[in-house]
Design a protein around this ligand. Structure first.
Ligand code: ADP
Ligand code: MG
Length: 621
């Protein structure tokens, strides 16, 4: 007798439920997706006891006739695709025909549905996958599905449900993401008969974003927009000042589908490079549109995962779109409408208005200090923390600043206006009045409307990082040949890494050659780098590469290497600087693309506005 048999349908549905229905939030997701696919404009979700007791979703969509209502509970029954080719052109959220039978097999399930044109609706009651009753009922047009006692017949699964709050949190996240991608649909979520969220149809997608993420975030959002022949990216990303400790503020949608895709998430992080610290996550709502045949959504039953045909193209386009949005929008936050023309040196008044702008750090309404990034300071990466290190290293010569203005005399702090550079060169830091240095670590400055502290190590790290990067892109940077080449001995694994890395480092003017076995010689060092301790630096570069992973993209590895070099070369904390050095540093900071964060994402400056200080001193209320 044969040992192999086809499983009964109820059992196979239960098995499918193992994948499709992980927790109450997955039920909510599947039901709401069905409501969206049915063209609903109003979706109401009612939950009791975190979904353990009850999940009820009702909509005003197209509804189903009796035959369809019975069919939809069969495995692989769907109205959304019909033939093979359809699988490669999926425009609906559902298509697998698995959700309803799966859910119905692990709960006490009731479906009430009525087509608009029908006089009467259909009610079907199911328990553990068995249809108990089918009847006509009076019902409004649309569909109502209630799922009671989820996993009542699989005690092992029920035991694994988390606390009510945790499950409700997942449900709220699910509704939030659905609401974000369908702004014109009205949503309501209630828990134990109390309304938790209620979102009216939004006239503008941005209004829905503000509804979901909170209005406070609205003014910190930057628009992302990029349309190429193959990809259309739109949405919003928050300033790096707003960040979270989990990925829960990241909402990604591909062709209207909420996804948790590794590739896009990685691209998003790559776009924020240098603006967030390790462990900080950005907040963003991004919509990607690609031709339906360019994305496979049939990767996993939950349909959260997808695969792009041209993964690298999608990744790089997304990364660049995010990076450009940050680059363009962050500096604009620096502008304020402080007096301008009045302060212009005589003879410069002909400068056209758009150029006559000073750059100012962002202004906030709160009373705390403004920082380059609103960071949880305890989480600061220690790898580059400006620790007590009294190594005396000279500040490298300033990179030539392309301006026709006379050089600034750093000692003439109060007579600065006489030397003011023409305003077509962006200046903010160079125009600060330096008050002094605190603990040999922070530079205290007076800005137009506040008091500013600049972390000299973080600032200089950023400067060296950008200079190295810029130089390596333009041409091979000037290198200094070592009179006595330094040798380095490495372990087996490190040797493999350096063999691969050395030709790439050559682009920065760091010349390293194999010397047989596990030994290497450093022959030349970029002039921007201090040659003292170079072998230690090379070892660090190899270690960093091992940490990032040799399989990472070379550009990522090299960026990490540049950060290590920048940190190696940057002036330290506890180092007295001369006025000239400080002024040179401020000038160079103005030339930076991102003068607000060190390459690891730590803030470079903190500012207290005068009005906030005055409030603290109770001079004003
Ligand atoms: P899929 O969504 O993958 O097609 P489901 O099991 O989720 O599979 O649903 C099966 C079918 O039931 C759908 O294709 C659709 O025709 C119908 N259906 C489910 N929910 C609704 C709804 N809320 N309104 C109208 N039709 C629905
Ligand atoms: Mg479905």
């Amino acid at each position: 007798m044969s040992r192999i048999r086809i499983l009964p349908e109820i059992l196979s549905n239960k098995i499918a439920a193992g994948e499709v229905v992980a927790r109450p939030a997955s039920v909510v997701k599947e039901l709401v997706e069905n409501s969206i696919d049915a063209g609903s404009t109003r979706i109401i979700v009612e939950i009791e006891q975190g979904g353990r007791k009850l999940i009820r979703v009702s909509d005003n969509g197209q509804g189903m006739g009796r035959d369809d209502a019975l069919l939809c509970l069969e495995r692989y029954a769907t109205s959304k695709i019909a033939a093979d080719p359809d699988l490669f052109a999926i425009s609906t959220l559902g298509f697998r025909g698995e959700a309803l039978p799966s859910i119905a097999s692990v709960s006490r399930f009731t479906l009430v549905t009525r087509e608009t044109s029908a006089d009467v609706g259909t009610q079907i009651e199911v328990a553990g996958g068995r249809i108990n009753k089918v009847s006509d009922v009076g019902a409004p047009p649309g569909t109502l599905i209630s799922v009671a006692g989820l996993f009542y017949n699989i005690p092992a699964r029920r035991k694994f449900l988390k606390s009510i709050d945790t499950e409700m949190g997942h449900i709220a996240d699910t509704i939030a993401s659905m609401a974000l991608c369908r702004p014109t649909v009205q949503f309501r979520l209630s828990h134990n008969n109390r309304i938790v969220k209620s979102w009216a149809p939004a006239a503008e997608p941005m209004d829905r974003v503000a509804d979901v993420l909170g209005t406070a975030i609205k003014k910190e959002l930057y628009t992302v927009e990029r349309v190429t022949a193959d990809i259309d990216i739109s949405g919003w990303i928050a300033s790096p000042r707003i960040n979270r400790s989990t990925a829960r503020g990241i909402y990604l949608f591909v062709n209207g589908r909420w996804v948790k895709d590794r590739v896009i998430q990685h691209a998003l992080f790559a776009g924020y490079t240098g603006r967030l610290m390790k462990g900080q996550y950005p907040v963003s709502v991004l919509f990607l549109k690609v031709p339906f045949d360019q994305v496979d959504v049939n990767v996993h039953p939950t349909k959260h995962e997808i695969r792009f045909v041209r993964q690298k193209l999608v990744h790089d386009t997304m990364r660049d779109a995010v990076a450009d949005a940050l680059r363009q929008s962050d500096p604009t936050r620096w502008r304020t409408n402080q007096p301008r023309i009045a302060e212009l040196p005589r003879g410069s008044a002909t400068i056209s208005e758009p150029h006559a702008e000073y750059n100012m750090p962002p202004t906030h309404d709160h009373q705390g200090p403004q920082v380059g990034v609103a960071a949880d300071r305890t989480a600061a990466s220690t790898s580059c923390a400006a620790g007590a290190d009294d190594m005396q290293k000279p500040l490298p010569a300033a990179e030539p600043v392309d301006t026709a203005a006379p050089p600034i005399d750093p000692t003439a702090r109060n007579g600065k206006l006489a030397h003011q550079k023409p305003l077509w060169k962006q200046r903010f830091f160079a125009d600060l009045t330096v008050i002094g240095q605190y603990k040999g670590t922070y530079i205290i400055c007076q800005s137009h409307d506040g008091l500013m502290l600049i972390d000299q190590h973080a600032a200089h790290e950023r400067i060296v990082f950008e200079q190295l990067k810029r130089q390596s892109k333009a041409h091979r940077p000037a290198a200094q040949r070592l009179l006595l080449p330094e040798t380095i001995d490495l372990g087996f694994r490190e040797t493999q890494i350096l063999e691969k890395l050395a030709p790439e480092l050559d682009r920065f003017g760091l010349e390293i050659e194999p010397f047989g076995g596990n030994t290497f010689v450093v022959k030349a060092v970029p002039t921007l780098l201090d040659s003292a301790g170079i072998s230690g630096l090379v070892t660090q570069l190899v270690e960093k590469t091992a940490e990032v992973g040799v399989r990472a993209e070379m550009e990522t590895i090299l960026d990490e290497c540049l950060m290590v070099m920048a940190c190696h070369n940057a002036i330290r904390a506890n180092q007295q600087l001369t006025d000239t050095q400080i002024q040179a540093m401020l000038e160079q900071l103005d030339a930076c693309d991102n003068p607000s964060h060190c390459p690891h994402g730590r803030p470079i400056w903190i500012q207290w506005r005068l009005t906030d200080l005055e409030k603290h001193f109770q001079r004003i209320v």
